[in-house]
Design a protein around this ligand. Sequence first.
Ligand SMILES: *Cc1c(COP(=O)(O)O)cnc(C)c1O
Length: 376
Amino acid sequence: MSKPKQATTGDETQRRIRQWVRPEILDLTAYHVPDASGFVKLDAMENPYTWPEEVVEEWLSVLRDASLNRYPDPASRKLSARLHRLFEVPGDKGIMLGNGSDELIQLLTMAVTRPGRTVLAPDPAFSMYRMITIFSGMEFVTVPLREDFTLDREAMLEAMARHDPAIVFIDYPNNPSGRLFDTRDLVAIIEAAPGIVVIDEAYHTFAQATFMPRLEAYEHLFVLRTLSKMGLAGLRLGILAGDSRWLEEVNKIRLPYNINILAQLSADFALSHQAMLDAQAAAIRRDRARLTESMAALPGITAYPSDANFILFRVLPGRAAEVFERIREEGVLIKNLHRDEGLLRDCLRVTVGTEEENRAFLEALQKALQDLGAGS
Ligand SMILES: *Cc1c(COP(=O)(O)O)cnc(C)c1O
């Protein structure tokens, strides 16, 4: 018997990683998710509400019949049919399901990837557009939003003419500003786009504005939705609606069983309780208004109006890290978005939680401002 080969040393491993891993991947920082155990968790745009006990029981009885020994339906037909109706996808348009909308962003991107091609989005926007574009080996082009977080239509049109992007991603409402963009600006962008345009409606249930009916008018337009922000972030289910001929192409690179049986059954079950999900969203919209108002009344705070389930706010110059840290010390986790350059300087973001969580956050924020004398 031969002796087992000696384990490679750390240095050798590093050398081999640098030899083989693509340089643009070596340059990326992994998406960081902080440990939130023990915190009031208002950092990730999750829905804070759970289900009543009898609904949980009903759900478990559905899962009892799941055939875990069998592969799931690769096309998730039952769930797809429900989503098609529920999201009012125009009759002749198709839908495709993903393991979260992140996976659909990745599949679309993979379908068009070629060296030298570009993907375009406003800045700031959802961070995955950049990450996924870079994984796939394309160049990511951004166009800064204006100071008030509105779209710079002329700059977008000019950048599209210059860079000929394969995909334009627009989050509607925008993450992190929480604002819906002007419809006319978006229409102008859609009409001028050389490739496809994806309107990412992750926060649709809080914004109640949509481009879904406009799929009829534009064959290169896609609408992206997710169940994550509706209260099912743990399930991982995203929906891409658009022209079936495009979806057939993208479907070729989707792994056949990307939506597992537990996700298919659970999503179908949850969506059969639409009234419950709607009531949760309505409570979040109501509390969003109250929270924005209370925050705006605090000294030194600018709270931006939001069409989503989170609120972007600005503190006095140079104070974001301290305010964030003080709030964390009070047991409340939010998101620090501050960057030295650009629109997000001095900015933090809080997700709208339950009334009790929002109160805890407000108290922590107030205390932080007092301690730091940041209001003066
Ligand atoms: C949260 C978020 C998503 C991600 O959704 P998943 O379905 O959980 O992958 C997509 N787009 C935007 C703009 C988001 O804020």
